[in-house]
Design a protein around this ligand. Structure first.
Ligand SMILES: C[S@@+](CC[C@H](N)C(=O)[O-])C[C@H]1O[C@@H](n2cnc3c(N)ncnc32)[C@H](O)[C@@H]1O
Length: 188
């Protein structure tokens, strides 16, 4: 569902990023299982809060920042202007090429997407991963019903649960962080 933020919303998000960037976004970025050479997708990048820290972890890799919103993507370009290893994409998940990423992450994105749209988004994210690729999401823990939908769709798309943790995020409260691996062929 496309929604364009107001200038105030972008300003407040940038302020929160400056004040809490390390504890909220860097902590998540640092836990992503990366060795620095991967092709990574930030799905629903917003103004690049997480991407700012992930890009630093990819000296020989590449980060694609995808958002449905033109304004958020423009704000993201501004946040990441000093990096050279980034592609910005304004599109929807079903337009992604198959098996193009080693890892994809969604940070506070999926819980906001209606179930009928998730039924297109999650299979597309799964298809965009290479065999053995990793999907990580972090969503508010109080969105119990939506989290159950997300887990069901992820598992129906041959992604296998590897790890989960609950993190207590300043201001935002408890969130569920889960890691899934795409099966790399043959029977599970
Ligand atoms: C709450 S913001 C989170 C932004 C960023 N990940 C963060 O944690 O700061 C959700 C973002 O997801 C984007 N979004 C929502 N639905 C989307 C979709 N179907 N495809 C791509 N981006 C989407 C929104 O435009 C927005 O930028």
């Amino acid at each position: 569902m496309k929604y364009e933020p107001t200038h105030l919303e972008i300003f407040l998000t940038r302020l929160a990023f400056l004040l809490c960037g390390k504890s909220v976004y860097q902590a998540f970025a640092d836990r992503l299982p990366l060795d620095g050479r991967e092709r990574v997708l930030d799905f629903g990048c917003g103004m690049g809060t997480v991407a700012y820290y992930v890009a630093k972890r990819l000296p020989q890799g590449h980060l694609t920042c995808l958002d449905i919103s033109e304004r958020w993507l423009n704000a993201c370009r501004k946040t990441l202007r000093s990096y050279g290893n980034i592609t910005f994409l304004q599109c929807e998940a079903p337009q992604l090429a198959n098996e193009s990423f080693d890892a994809a992450y969604c940070h506070f994105v999926l819980h906001d997407i209606p179930e009928n749209e998730l039924e297109r988004v999650i299979p597309a994210l799964a298809r965009s991963l290479k065999p053995g690729g990793v999907l990580v999401f972090r969503e508010p823990l109080n969105e119990t019903e939506k989290i159950n939908v997300i887990k069901r769709l992820v598992e129906q798309n041959r992604l296998f649960h590897k790890d989960s943790r609950i993190t207590d995020i300043p201001i935002m409260g408890n969130a569920l962080e889960s890691v899934y691996i795409k099966h790399n062929g043959g029977l599970p």
